[in-house]
Structures are given as C-alpha cells and as structure tokens.
Write a protein that binds this ligand. Structure first.
Ligand code: NAI
Length: 248
C-alpha cells in the first residue's frame, strides 16, 4: 500500500533510535533519504547502511538547518517529506532545572521545527504539496514526572502541529504529529542515567504493559511512513499516539 518511490525525505535525528529506523523504512519504501544529525560517526554509518545522504547538523541552529535543506535540493531536487524527529530530554522539575537546560530542550525539540519547516514549506508548496511529521510524546499530551522542559516542549510540538496543518493545508501540505510511548532507544538509556537507574530497572514493568512490551523504533517508523505517504492524503493536523496503550 505504501510506496514512496520518487519522494525525497529529510529525517532529523536519523543517526539512531526512531529516526534511524524511520530513515531505513522510508528508504526501503523507495524514498531518497537525507539524514540530518548532530552525531557524525553514527550519521555516516547510518547513511552508508541505508544508502542515504548524511549532513551533520545541529537542528537548533538556523544555518545548519538551511544547509540540510540545500543539500536535499541539490541531491534530489526538492523535499516531499520532513520528519522532525531529533529531540533530547532533561529529567528535572521547575525546582532544579538549569535555565540553560530549559533553553536547550526548547531549542532542540521545538525551535528546530520552525527552522526546518520554514525552508521546506515553500519548496513543498511550489511542488504541489508534501508531508511534515513532527515528533511529540505521550508526555506532550498528559505530562509526566520530573521532565518539565521536555513536557513543555512536546506540548508545544503537539499544538504547533495543529497550527501548521491549518496554515499550510491550502498548499496541500499535511502536518501531523506522532507521539511515541516508551520506545527502546538511546534516549531511554539517557533517561535512566540521568535518574541514576539501570535501563533494566527503569523499565522492569514492560511485561505488565497492555501489549506486554515497550515500543521498538520500527513501531514508530511504520506510522511515520504511513503519514508520509499518499495513503494518508486526508490525514492532517492529527496527533497519533503509538504507545501500545501504554501509560507513559
Ligand atoms: P535517540 O537519542 O535514540 O535519538 C535521537 C537522535 O537525535 C540522535 O541520533 C541524536 O544524535 C540526535 N540529536 C540530538 N540532538 C540533536 C541536535 N541538536 N541536532 C541534530 N540531531 C540531534 O532518541 P529517540 O528515542 O530515537 O528519540 C527520537 C524522538 O522521539 C525524540 O524527539 C524524542 O523526544 C521522541 N520520543 C522518544 C521516546 C522514547 O521513549 N524513546 C518517547 C516519546 C518521544
């Protein structure tokens, strides 16, 4: 059902985790993929494995985002799909978060969507349309403990998605948000480290969850591929949980 042949996709944070799984799947489905990531070693490795291009990029920096879009245009002639996936988490409350950490989380998780989208939207509009998928979180809807900047940022992503879908729908640009639940990636390990726990202890309850497990990156990638494709031609402004009915 899903065929992305002839489409070009940018995947931010595509060097690992959910981004890497999605870059892999989009390429399998026929898309030309450009991975944009802060980590050059993993980024180059992923690009080689997938047959994608890699551009080293800090998504919180405008010049870096401009360079990613320019590279996609140079290589593929345009951009049909933008997966705004790069994100970070800092585990703290309003009582103990450093202002620098707040600013960093908001810049990487939220401002990046502005920086990437403002370059991609005009290209999509000129080409007759496109699909943007932003990455929220269950915690962007329900909130969660000890991650105040992360919850704020993901809440912003959810509502930014709805606003972008309204603004750019007339140009046939669909904008949707995927909200993963707990998913087995480096971010989980990072969270456990920040809380001084082992990953195993952190998610010891996985078997008790409704589907008996936490998510795998490919679970999220499947939904992104659908949203990227023409099969989702009338899906826009949607906020889709991919969390196995989990509570996180
Ligand atoms: P991950 O840590 O495995 O991968 C994140 C990737 O983003 C890494 O390759 C990293 O190098 C890159 N990155 C980080 N900062 C960057 C920057 N400033 N510029 C460019 N690239 C940067 O994390 P994961 O789990 O794959 O997360 C992907 C998205 O999914 C994030 O937005 C995250 O908030 C969201 N998410 C993840 C959940 C989980 O349980 N893993 C749950 C809910 C949402």
């Amino acid at each position: 059902m899903i065929d992305l042949t002839g489409k070009t996709a940018i995947v931010t944070g595509g060097a690992s985790g959910i981004g890497r799984a999605t870059a892999t799947l989009l390429a399998e489905l026929g898309a030309g993929v450009v991975i944009a990531d802060l980590n050059p070693d993993l980024g180059e490795e992923a690009a080689k494995e997938i047959g994608a291009a890699f551009v080293r990029c800090d998504v919180s920096q405008a010049a870096d985002c401009d360079a990613v879009v320019a590279a996609a245009v140079e290589r593929h002639g345009g951009v049909d799909v933008l997966f705004n996936n790069a994100g970070i988490i800092r585990r703290s409350t309003v009582l103990d978060i450093a202002e620098d950490d707040w600013d960093l989380v908001m810049a990487v998780n939220v401002k990046s969507i502005l920086l990437m989208s403002r370059r991609v939207v005009p290209l999509m509009a000129a080409a007759g349309g496109g699909s943007i998928v932003n990455t929220g979180s269950g915690w962007g809807i329900k909130g969660g403990a000890s991650a105040i900047s992360y919850c704020a940022s993901k809440g912003a992503v959810v509502n930014m998605t709805r606003a972008m879908a309204i603004d750019h729908g007339p140009a046939n640009i669909r904008v949707n948000c995927v909200c993963p639940g707990d998913t087995a990636t480096g971010m989980l390990a990072d969270e456990a480290r920040q809380l001084g726990e082992s990953v195993d202890a952190f998610y010891a309850d996985a078997a008790d969850r409704p589907l008996g497990r936490i998510g795998q990156p490919r679970d999220i990638a499947q939904t992104v591929a659908f949203l990227a494709s023409d099969a989702a031609a009338f899906v826009s402004g949607a906020v889709i949980a991919v969390d196995g009915a989990g509570t996180a």
